[in-house]
Design a protein around this ligand. Structure first.
Ligand code: NI
Length: 182
């Protein structure tokens, strides 16, 4: 197990469509996921997608009990999600219920942005043992899953923003939180 370098925005490998995982018995898959957890925890992240360490597969991990980078966020169960399919829920009058919230990303160290996301989400996929994951979630959990799965289609959160005046350095935007320079 080891901590990997995280690709930063500008690296073209972050803009690729990731490929489906087809072999769940490959020991390399389990090594990769262990390395992803090491890398996420070393960087104090709440989630990580395989493309962020240069592996172009549809694998994301996320979850935390408490995280200093998001001190007010409710906890999210530790999850491995492979080949995910996301469906936004909560349609009101045929319009998706969208909410702005602050996000950061280990591929954009030091920055935060206000990003619109669906407030309620159904997602399904597999864990690393090919067990089915099938959940309806909302709030920060829904936001994290949308953020991480965007990495699988080559989308970084600034590409989802509508107003770049709400994009900047975390320590300037939130000086009172004393957030780390990640
Ligand atoms: Ni990210």
């Amino acid at each position: 197990m080891s901590v990997h370098a995280i690709l930063k925005m500008g690296d073209p490998r972050l803009l690729r469509q990731a490929e489906l995982v087809t072999d769940f018995t490959d020991p390399a898959l389990h090594t990769l996921i262990a390395d992803m957890f090491d890398t996420m925890q070393f960087n104090n992240g709440v989630g990580l997608a395989a493309p962020q360490i240069g592996v172009n597969l549809q694998i994301v991990i996320f979850g935390f009990k408490h995280n200093s980078r998001y001190p007010h966020a409710e906890q999210v169960p530790e999850t491995v999600l492979i080949n995910p399919v996301l469906t936004p829920l909560n349609r009101k009058h045929e319009v998706l219920d969208i909410e702005d919230g602050w996000e950061g990303c280990l591929s954009l160290p030091g920055f935060r942005g206000l990003v619109p996301r669906s407030t309620k989400l159904h997602y399904e996929g597999f864990d690393q043992y090919r067990n089915i994951i099938n959940r309806e979630v909302e709030g920060f959990h829904a936001r994290v899953v949308q953020h991480e799965c965007d990495h699988l289609v080559g989308v970084l959160y600034p590409m989802r923003m509508k107003d770049l005046s709400h994009f900047g350095f975390a320590d300037e935007l939130f000086p009172q939180l004393n957030v780390s320079n990640d």
